[in-house]
Design a protein around this ligand. Structure first.
Ligand code: IVH
Length: 694
């Protein structure tokens, strides 16, 4: 006999490994989903994320019987922390017209569909297409009761509390409004507000948003509506959903009524009765595009008469009675002066182009990112080139192409450095990665300063008055080299007072701000360390699971060996995948880092993780959710369990206390049974935590 055919392979061999790999991938993907969608702070590139997804798909197609409902959460709508709302009328999208012929054709289609002659009067309303995100507002008995995102058009997310914070959304309607009214429109952020917000983000150590639309989306999807309230969001109303009685006979009449009800309606809206007049409005709005205070990406044309809209209906989720006439992307030609390399906190070398400043779409741009080495090679971008740049919504523009005809004869391709320009250490690009990284770690000044900035930032140590400029100059002068040095600054007060621009008062203020942060909760401390892939969510998970800094340090040191229980425990934390685990163990086992950690532990009072509810019956217990939950979303279930002090794990082991199995639970419930772990139904779980299903 030759080697056994795969189907004869013992169960538990390859397949068990594949299952483990799949579980880890699911946890990893979920972790990155949260970072991307809920925290707007992705830690890996889109390409790296896609790779994870492809690996999972490949595994599941090789082992189709794996595809239990657990994997359905991959790609499931993000921000599961919001409840779902079914829209009473679908929220539609729009078909696009790219040129004037498409608009002519649209007008003809309308006439054809309605059986109208060429002479019949057909009014069309033109209004700017706002580049934000749509929301639906439901008023019952004239009170704003529920507000939702578009979602997939049929079901959105309940973001009522967040929408209530937007000043131009009325909380109540006048007495003559019908009992049920749904108003739809666009939530957006003005460009000036967006720049101010980004500046604030930067000072406070947060990540800047790429464009006003992302800033609006990130602000609207906050689980804490206080954060949304602090963001300058606005709303333009432009259509309706369910109405218990008609508000108007025409769209223009509807908009006029909304205006009297206190909604903001876009002032550039015009009603025309010829295509020529419609296109005039398009060009008129287009010519104002750059000077408008908010981003628009086209003009929407809508049939004015509602009885005609009703007759026309919709096709493939878009109304037949409307079309979006898009603007071409805003482009401009300028000179690329220089390509330089920036080094980030994690050592990533990012090429950046410095441009002759030029105005594109109302924004003066002087820099463009070149992303990475491959991008430079692909576009063959060189210093001195004339380049076409394009702002596609983002403030940082893209380089579309080089104007080769204008290239100087002596131009040379860019030589991507193989050493860090800041510290001279070797820069390497690991297999499968797009990013080249400096290997200098703590000796690299760029990384050191970026890490220190992160260390004192708002969600970390939150040291007031210790901005980026101070950090860079203190670092340069050798006052602080590592985070621990910040806490020794009090011994250098005199030296600080002698520094230019530092009055006695500001030194005292800074030292006091530092003193008040000497005690720090473990989760903040873990986040402050700035370990790759340990964002706030992961830092909290680690704090919850290990409790104290001492336990954490021991566990991370042990987990450096992947064969240990410590490693298995780490990767089994729901939300910590092998990639994050690898970065954590590497960090804790690096001698420089160990020295810094020792110094910090001596200087600080790192407070053990505080269980929110120590009395809870599940406090300290490890739980695993599997199958479909019917009474709440998985994220909600997880959040509740964690609030009660439970640790949520991704897969079942002998350390698991409870497996909560919904319908369709597969291997995990089976494994629990084998290991003698208690398996609970969702209602049993709710009974255990004292939250009976209602
Ligand atoms: S009307 C049935 N009007 O564009 C009506 N949409 O591509 C559907 N949008 O999801 C929407 N400005 O988010 C309409 N003046 C406007 C708009 C607008 C922006 C967005 C909206 C919609 C998307 C469709």
């Amino acid at each position: 006999m030759t080697a056994a055919a795969p189907e004869n392979a013992p169960i538990g061999g390859d397949e068990a490994l594949a299952r483990e790999a799949r579980d880890r991938l699911i946890a990893d993907i979920a972790h990155h989903d949260i970072l991307y969608h809920q925290q707007d702070a992705p830690e890996i590139s889109d390409a790296e994320y896609d790779k994870l997804r492809r690996k999972l798909e490949a595994l599941e197609s090789r082992y189709p019987h794996f595809a239990d409902p657990d994997s359905a959460r991959v790609g499931a709508p993000p921000a599961g922390g919001f409840a779902k709302v079914a829209h009473s009328r679908p929220m539609l999208s729009l078909a696009n017209a790219f040129d004037e012929d498409d608009v002519e054709e649209f007008a003809k289609r309308v006439r054809r569909f309605l059986g109208l002659s060429d002479e019949a009067l057909v009014e069309l309303v033109a209004e700017p297409k706002i580049d934000g995100l749509s929301a639906s507002l439901r008023y019952e008995n004239r009170k704003f009761v529920i507000g939702a995102t578009r979602g997939d058009g049929a079901t959105g997310e309940n973001i009522t509390e967040n929408l209530k914070t937007i000043p131009d959304i009325p909380k109540a309607l006048p007495d003559d409004a019908p009992d049920i009214v749904e108003i739809r429109g666009e939530v957006y952020m003005r460009r000036d507000d967006f720049f101010a917000l980004n500046e604030r983000q930067e000072i406070e150590g947060g990540k800047p948003f790429a464009n006003p639309r992302n800033a609006a989306a990130g602000s609207l999807r906050q689980l804490d509506s206080k954060i949304t309230a602090s963001r300058p969001l606005r709303f333009f109303a432009y259509s309706s959903g369910e109405l218990s009685a008609p508000i108007a006979e025409t769209h223009q009449g509807f908009l006029d009524t909304l205006d009297t009800w206190g909604f903001s309606v876009n002032p550039l809206t015009r009603t025309s009765d010829t295509v020529t007049a419609l296109l005039d409005t398009y060009h008129d709005i287009g010519s104002q595009r750059a000077s408008l205070p908010y981003d628009i990406d086209g003009v929407v044309y809508k049939v004015n008469r509602y009885d005609w809209q009703d007759r026309m209906g919709m096709v493939s989720r878009a109304p037949r009675w409307a079309i979006a006439h898009k603007f071409p992307a805003e482009q401009a030609e300028t000179i690329l002066r220089e390509i330089s390399i920036q080094v980030g906190r994690t050592g990533a070398l990012t090429p950046v182009a410095t441009l002759e400043p030029i105005t594109v779409g109302g924004v003066v741009v002087s820099r463009a990112t070149l992303h990475n080495k491959d991008e430079i090679i692909r576009k063959d971008v060189r210093a001195g080139d004339a380049v076409i740049i394009q702002r596609a919504g983002d403030v940082i523009p893209q380089i579309v192409r080089v104007v080769l005809e204008k290239r100087a004869a002596d131009s040379k391709p860019f030589d991507f450095p193989d050493h860090c320009p800041e510290c001279g250490s070797l820069a390497v690009r690991e297999e499968g990665e797009v990013v080249t990284r400096c290997t200098g770690g703590l000796i690299c000044p760029a990384q050191a300063v970026e890490r220190l900035k992160h260390f004192v930032s708002r969600n970390a140590f939150d040291i007031e008055g210790f901005g980026a400029k101070h950090i860079a100059s203190f670092w340069k002068d050798g006052l602080i080299k590592t985070p621990a040095d910040i806490f020794a600054l009090k011994d250098k007060a005199d030296e600080l007072r002698r520094r230019e621009g530092w009055g006695g008062q500001s030194v005292d203020n800074l030292l006091e701000a530092i003193e008040t942060r000497r005690a720090i909760p473990l989760d903040r401390f873990m986040y402050a360390l700035g370990i790759r892939q340990t964002g706030q969510a992961t830092a909290r998970l680690l704090a919850r699971n290990y409790g104290t800094i001492d336990a954490l340090v021991v566990a991370m040191t042990e987990a450096n060996d992947a064969d240990t229980d410590a490693y298995a425990t780490l990767v089994n934390i729901d939300g910590v995948g092998p990639a994050a685990a690898g970065d954590l163990t590497a960090f804790f086992n690096e001698p420089h880092n160990q020295d810094v950690l020792d110094a910090l532990q001596t200087a600080l009072d790192i407070e053990p993780f505080e269980q929110t509810d120590a009395e809870s019956p599940v406090s300290g217990k490890t739980v695993v959710f599997t199958g479909t939950l019917e009474l709440m979303t998985r994220n909600e279930a997880k959040a509740r369990a964690e609030t009660l002090g439970a640790k949520v794990a991704g897969s079942v082991s002998k350390k698991t206390d409870y497996v909560i199995a919904g319908p369709g639970a597969g291997s995990k419930a089976q494994k629990a049974a084998e290991l003698g772990v208690t398996v609970l139904s969702e209602p049993e779980w709710l009974a255990l935590i004292g939250q009976e299903a209602s």
